[in-house]
Design a protein around this ligand. Structure first.
Ligand code: ADP
Ligand code: MG
Length: 488
């Protein structure tokens, strides 16, 4: 796919939207970027603040190797160039949630260079360029109270490690922007470098939007800050593009500015005119040495990466013969993928397992309002169930009954089958005996069947299954009935 067909209709014709995203992702780490304070979510305000995070005079930052490792792993996961030499810079500004008076970031020499993320939309597959990934500190949080008018600051987030993942201005529609963020979230969750939780703010995006007539040079962009859901990101692209077209066609010009999204009103509002890098008086942080990575460190990061979603998906379809749709569903998030991998590791056949997970299991989880990560039936227990179906011990309908009991009790399939005497019988002698009784008791129907009323076959199957208390192997019952009826 070269270009998206998404267009904004204007009085002067169609306009194209150009989108670039700066995604801030909180790095998964127990400690902050330059201090040992905890990063746990939801703690009492100001209970997780070290002297470094509070910017007490004379305190020195010490980089957390775990955070560096996660940024490198993320870079590797998007096929990016890893910079073995990078450096921290101070971004100077005054705000009450920033006690240092500067944010430690990486402007001139980011740790990760160019990479790419492939997205799939209704229009096909497209590669979106990533400009860079750098590491930086988060700021604290301000809380405002109206009665009386007071502002409070919580420094728990102060110093928490973030990755800023900066895309190229390669997206051309709300859907592409949404898919890009979904894909990025899927990746960081797979590799465990960020929990991807947008509601809790561990992932949020600055949405850069401009419009142009197709083929023109890029227009002036606005940047809408801190958008915290995929849906909101898409909405911002839509409404900001519409607004810009209206401004330009109304004779106005777009100013490069920072805007805020108001989800309740569905509008973006101007917050401040956009600063340029020089406004922040960036300079290398004199408290920190350049970050130099050894080849071994990078190799260790690479070796620690799990199979990535695209590769996994391809393996599911190509090697296991799972449908493209099921493979998509099963690899969409890391919890589902791991659950499914457990079934495979237990020796369950891939296609049958895929159908069962996307059908039976998801249906049950939906009904119960649960995620796969807290499924009442464990993957090991599910594997046991599927193997009992695979070897003919359970029929499909018995498996449904056993699964229901597994959901209720959390017990394993084998235990339930034992307890309830639910084994399917493939004992030909017992089946033949039951059939003989039924044919003898229904001589009239046998005669009608032989006279051409083939629909009666279902009646005989039903009677046999009933006589066998539902436990006969249905395939065998069918086979034996055909034979015994023919010779009756
Ligand atoms: P800054 O550092 O001033 O924020 P960058 O050049 O690093 O500027 O770009 C920031 C983001 O804005 C990037 O994601 C980039 O893709 C995006 N961007 C740049 N130019 C445009 C444009 N004309 N329209 C939309 N997005 C843009
Ligand atoms: Mg920026």
């Amino acid at each position: 796919m070269e270009q998206s067909s998404y267009r904004i209709k204007g009085a002067t014709g169609d306009w194209e939207v150009v989108v670039g995203l700066e995604v801030h992702a909180q790095i998964t780490s127990n400690a902050k970027l330059f201090s040992g304070a905890s990063t746990a979510f939801g703690a009492e305000p100001n209970s997780q603040v070290s002297l470094v995070d509070a910017a007490m005079p004379g305190m020195l930052p010490v980089p957390n190797a775990e955070c560096v490792k996660q940024a490198v792993r993320t870079g590797l996961a998007i096929g990016a160039e890893i910079h073995r030499w990078s450096r921290f810079d101070r971004k100077n500004y005054f705000y009450a949630d920033l006690p240092q008076g500067y944010q430690i970031s990486q402007l001139f020499h980011p740790i990760v260079g160019e990479g790419a993320i492939t997205v799939t939309t209704d229009e096909g597959t497209k590669t979106i360029g990533v400009e860079r990934i750098h590491i930086e500190q988060d700021a604290g949080k301000l809380m405002h109270d109206q009665h009386p008018t007071m502002s409070y600051v919580d420094l728990n987030r102060s110093g928490v490690a973030l990755m800023e993942i900066v895309s190229k201005p390669d997206m051309r529609s709300p859907q592409e922007a949404g898919e890009y963020v979904r894909k990025l979230r899927q990746l960081v969750r797979y590799i465990g470098s960020c929990d991807g939780n947008m509601e809790q703010g561990s992932m949020r995006a600055d949405v850069n939007v401009s419009v142009r007539k197709t083929g023109d040079v890029f227009g002036t962009r606005t940047e809408t800050k801190n958008v915290n859901s995929v849906r909101f990101i898409q909405t911002v692209v839509e409404i900001e593009a519409r607004r810009q077209v209206d401004v330009i066609e109304g004779g106005g010009t777009i100013v490069q500015e920072t805007r805020l999204f108001d989800p309740d009103k569905g509008v973006t509002r101007s917050m401040r005119s956009k600063e340029d890098a020089h406004d922040y008086r960036y300079f290398p942080d004199p408290d920190l040495l350049p970050l130099v990575l050894t080849e071994d460190f990078v190799a260790e990061c690479a070796a620690s990466l799990p199979e990535l979603p695209d590769t996994k998906r391809a393996r599911f379809t190509d090697a296991l013969g799972i449908s493209a749709y099921n493979a998509d569903v099963l690899t969409a998030d890391v919890d589902t993928a791991n659950w499914f991998e457990t079934l495979l590791a237990e020796g369950v056949e891939g296609k049958a397992a895929a159908n069962w997970v996307t059908g039976e299991l998801f249906g049950a989880l939906n009904r119960l309002g649960r995620d796969i990560s807290d499924s009442p039936v464990s993957a090991a227990h599910a594997a046991e169930l599927l193997k009992l179906v695979g070897d003919g011990t359970l029929s499909g309908s018995m498996a449904k009954t056993v699964f229901e009991k597994m959901l209720e009790t959390g017990d394993g399939a084998g235990a339930i089958v034992e307890r309830e005497g639910l084994k399917q019988t493939s004992d030909t002698g017992a089946i033949d005996a039951a059939i003989a009784d039924i044919l003898a008791a229904n001589a009239d129907k046998v005669a009608e069947y032989k006279g051409g009323k083939e629909a009666l076959f279902g009646f005989f199957v039903g009677q046999t299954m009933k006589a066998m208390a539902g436990k006969a192997n249905p395939k065998l019952v069918n086979e034996r009935l055909r034979e015994l009826l023919a010779s009756a």
